[in-house]
Design a protein around this ligand. Structure first.
Ligand code: ATP
Length: 420
């Protein structure tokens, strides 16, 4: 048995304790002993133990000073005095002023997009700004456009949440009733046409919802994006900025991207350059793949609060599975009036086969394949855990008991090995 390590840290005002949990099956417990501290914008309760597991990379920040205890084995743990938190707080204050103005003038609150290359802390800044807004009594909308390392539903989707309370320290933002659209790949580059289509659709639906929810509308929107910022990745960002009619773009740690956006965005869009935190940890492609896997596992089995998914068989003949995107033909071969890119958003019927094993299937709210499927949001996901060609059945892991709703299922590229 390994000895439980106990470390105590005294933090001065405006400093943060950074730690990482690396070893397999490791658990580290954090407790604030005195003073006040927050974790990515969520206040920590004094004397309450918080658990962190393998892969966690954490910063406990304090504005006023505090004492913190860590129990368990951390790979790295140190106090940093240099952080960009004051700059981030100023951004929050500026957004808050715009919300006050929106309330007084009965207009829309600030729509903010966070951009930057991989591993600069985009998701973390998004979380901090949402937490600060909701702590001020606002109800902002969180939009996740990162299909690879997103924080809503499972990877391979874009989505939105109305944030009504700060993110839970261990579980993130509450995932009740998110608005989710199917993409099915882990990078926008795998089908740019489809990506732009669903981003535009999400923007449209959010604009409609804001018309009926004044509180959300004045609180504004915070959009997290992918770390792909060059070439076609840049075009994807400018398309999203246009679709959401953004007011503010926060550029983390990339002067080239900042200058390009300054040049290309209309004058009324404020493009702001922000430093990244020295604490942001770079992740290898293996770590990214593990993080995606962990998100899918959490979707079915929960994180701190356990979920109990159902497993059952479904007959091939009872399923309507489609994938999005037919192979594209040159324009000269297309019927008159159709573009080659249109093929990329077409539904193609998929007959169940052993190759479906371990793949995720999105359960669409669309009633049938002609029902504007890409414009319909998702009810959720199931995972194919086994395929039996003899009995002509699939075994399905599902958050809901049988039967599967008799709707359209959309095949995702993402896989999950269920060995729970
Ligand atoms: P991606 O390109 O994958 O979307 P990102 O730019 O959104 O990445 P984050 O996910 O915000 O980056 O941060 C990367 C990792 O660094 C996360 O695990 C996060 O918890 C950690 N992290 C962020 N800020 C700090 C900090 N100040 N101290 C320690 N760890 C941090």
């Amino acid at each position: 048995m390994t000895e439980v390590q106990l470390q105590e840290f005294k933090l001065e005002p405006d400093s943060e304790l950074r730690f990482e949990v690396e070893s397999k099956n490791e658990k580290v417990v954090l407790e604030v002993k005195s003073g006040y501290a927050e974790l990515f914008g969520t206040e920590l309760v004094k004397g309450k133990p918080y658990e962190f597991h393998t892969g966690a990379k954490v910063a406990v920040f304090t504005w006023h000073g505090c004492t913190v205890e860590l129990r368990g084995r951390t790979e790295v743990s140190y106090i940093a005095k240099e952080t960009p938190m004051v700059v981030y707080l100023n951004v929050h204050a500026a957004l808050e002023q715009q919300r006050v103005a929106a309330e007084q003038e009965n207009t829309r609150g600030p729509v903010t997009m966070v951009v930057g290359p991989g591993d600069v802390g985009k998701s973390t800044l998004t979380r901090i700004l949402l937490n600060y807004a909701v702590r001020m009594g606002r109800r902002p909308i969180f939009v996740e456009l990162d299909v690879g390392q997103g924080h809503i539903s499972v990877p391979g989707t874009v989505g939105a949440l109305l944030v009504e309370r700060p993110a839970s320290i261990e579980e993130g933002f509450s995932q009740q009733a998110p608005l989710v659209y199917h993409f099915g790949h882990k990078s926008p580059g795998e089908n740019l046409e489809l990506y732009n289509t669903i981003v535009s659709r999400l923007a449209e639906v959010i604009a409609e919802r804001c018309e009926n929810n004044k509180k959300a509308s004045t609180s504004g929107v915070i959009i997290n994006t992918c770390g792909w910022v060059k070439g076609a990745g840049y075009k994807v960002l400018t398309h999203a900025a246009q679709a959401f009619e953004v007011d503010v773009i926060l550029v983390l740690d990339n002067e080239r991207l900042y200058n390009e956006l300054k040049r290309d965005m209309p004058k009324f869009v404020k493009v702001v350059y922000l430093p990244k935190s020295g604490g942001v940890v770079e992740r290898s492609s293996t770590q990214r793949a593990e993080a995606r896997d962990a998100r899918i596992r959490e979707y079915f089995y929960g994180k701190r609060t356990p979920y109990y998914p159902h497993s059952f068989d479904v007959k091939f003949s009872d399923l309507k599975i489609y994938k999005v995107g037919a192979p594209s033909l040159p324009d000269s071969c297309m019927p008159l009036g159709m573009r080659a890119e249109d093929a990329l958003t077409k539904l193609v019927s998929v007959w169940p086969a052993p190759a479906l094993a371990h793949r995720l299937l999105a359960v669409s709210f669309a009633a049938g394949p002609d029902d504007h499927v890409l414009h319909c949001n998702l009810a959720g996901f199931v995972c194919v855990t086994a395929v039996d060609p003899e009995r002509q059945t699939l075994t399905i892991l599902s958050p809901q008991p049988r039967p599967l709703p008799a709707t359209v299922l959309l095949l995702s590229d993402l896989q999950y090995m269920d060995n729970h």
